[in-house]
Write a protein that binds this ligand. Structure first.
Ligand SMILES: Cc1ncc(COP(=O)(O)O)c(C=O)c1O
Ligand SMILES: Nc1c(O)cccc1C(=O)C[C@H](N)C(=O)O
Length: 442
């Protein structure tokens, strides 16, 4: 194993040396090791690392914008930030012309608002349209919000049940579409398997059935090129704290195609989405355009870092970012084929480049036991129930060397577990039983 790992190490260094966007790594803040080692960070698809400029930006915001300009900053720039930042994000990351993207709320709240707006607009146009389509492999928030909106609007949920190690196909969607379909809610990249849905084909199929589509872009924004306008997407939401490095709890973005903005009505009628907030009149009247999709005070501190990542993405180029993401995920898959599968690891992500987002998920019943030891040594992927480890690859900040270091450690840990014999509770629960054997509680 050590010889093979060393060969992968050499390949990792070659890939780093030839990486056309390797320079981006210097833009990120180095961890302060006094607060814990970071040997390999492979969770940028959950919480992206901070840019150095974000530390400066936040400090400046506190001292100048907040500390000195104080309330005047609202008029000077803050009030417009949800739309101005949204426009930049739209232009660079989402393939969206100005005036259709807004930043604010958590992803969960933005998703609720846009799904509610789309579903009620679909039914208003055609009263038979009472079905919301969602899939069982979607992120919990998406499934729960879909169920909540269906309940509130008296609609029916239609469940797609894709293969857990893959994701939703256009054929599966087409099979449930009909004259009752109001909205189809899907993730562009699946949070567990990293399945990259065929957004153009699925969007077109949904439209042929006369329905609307809402894409959750949390795991694709900043890692995979997205062309919302070119594909006629209706509505979309996404996180800014993953590949957009906005920081913990940084707000979501929401996209509403211009053609829908006059008819879609979001349900949280706050004063900031009112046509003229400072009139403070008796009734809510939605602001025209994308402004009407915000509700409360824009989270200015949470937005501070997003613009710098968007600028970095523009400098690096989304095509280069996607190409590096594929090289990183392929490196992980190659390592798995050579060294992890023989130890009982199951690859739970697509091997086809066309269908793979920017992480690779492995399954093994020993992972629950192992993850704590990896984290303690600063090797940081994440664990997802029931027995998955996700290797998140953030093309702007992840090096191949870092990946090789983490995978070597993972391989060593699994080898140790493997040779520890049948005394281990997970022994024997591998691909043979489809991973169904219960995992031990830590
Ligand atoms: C696909 C997906 N949708 C939604 C969310 C939830 O967003 P939030 O917790 O920011 O509301 C996440 C991650 O947390 C996610 O991965
Ligand atoms: N948003 C998160 C949080 O506040 C705490 C811990 C993790 C998260 C995540 O982002 C989870 C992530 N969306 C996932 O794909 O699993």
């Amino acid at each position: 194993m050590e010889a093979a790992a060393a060969e992968f190490g050499v390949r990792a260094d070659q890939l780093d040396a030839a990486d056309p966007i390797g320079w981006c790594r210097n833009e990120f803040l180095a961890p302060d090791e006094r607060h814990g080692a970071v040997t390999a960070y492979l969770d940028g698809n959950s919480l992206g690392r901070p840019l150095k400029s974000t530390a400066t930006r936040v400090d400046e915001l506190i001292r100048v914008g907040w500390g000195t300009r104080l309330i005047r900053s609202w008029d000077e720039s803050w009030m417009q930030l949800p739309e101005s930042l949204g426009d930049e994000l739209g232009r660079v990351v989402l393939g969206a012309a100005a005036g259709q993207t807004v930043v604010g709320d958590s992803t969960t709240v933005m998703l609720y608002k846009l799904l509610y707006a789309a579903a009620s607009a679909a039914r208003q146009r055609d009263s038979q349209r009472t079905e919301i389509v969602v899939d069982t492999e979607n992120f919990p928030t998406d499934r729960y919000v879909a169920a909540g909106v269906a309940e509130q609007l008296g609609m029916r949920l239609v469940w797609l049940r894709p293969d857990a190690a893959a994701g939703v196909t256009v054929e599966q969607v087409a099979a449930v579409l009909g004259e009752r379909t109001a909205v189809v809610l899907l993730s562009h990249v699946a949070y567990k398997s990293a399945w990259l849905a065929d957004l153009p084909a699925i969007t077109a199929a949904v439209h042929r059935a006369g329905a609307l589509v809402l894409w959750d872009l949390c795991h694709s924004a900043g890692a995979v090129p997205i062309d919302l306008d070119a594909n006629d997407v209706d509505v979309a939401v996404g996180c800014s704290y993953k590949f957009l490095n906005g920081g913990p709890g940084a707000p979501a973005f929401g996209y509403v195609a211009r053609r829908h903005q006059d008819t879609f009505r979001q349900p949280i009628h706050g004063w900031m989405g009112n046509a003229d907030p400072f009139v403070m009149g008796p009734e809510y009247r939605a602001a025209p355009g994308i402004r009407g999709f915000i509700s409360g005070t824009p989270p200015i501190l949470g937005m501070a870092g997003i613009g710098d990542t968007v600028a970095l993405i523009e400098r690096a180029g989304l095509a280069q970012i996607r190409a590096k993401s594929l090289r990183l995920t392929q490196f992980v898959l190659d390592w798995a084929g050579a060294l992890l599968e023989p130890l009982g690891v199951r690859v739970l992500s697509p091997t086809d480049d066309e269908r793979r987002g920017s992480h690779v998920t492995f399954g093994h019943p020993g992972f629950r036991e192992l993850i704590g030891r990896l984290w303690a040594d600063g090797v940081i992927p994440d664990f997802r129930e029931p027995d998955g480890i996700r290797i998140g690859l953030a093309p702007l900040s992840t090096s191949f060397r870092e990946v090789a270091t983490a995978l070597r450690r993972l391989t060593l840990e699994l080898t140790a577990l493997d040779s520890a014999g049948t005394g281990h509770p997970w022994r024997g629960a591998s691909a043979a039983d489809g991973g169904q054997t219960p995992t031990p509680t830590p």
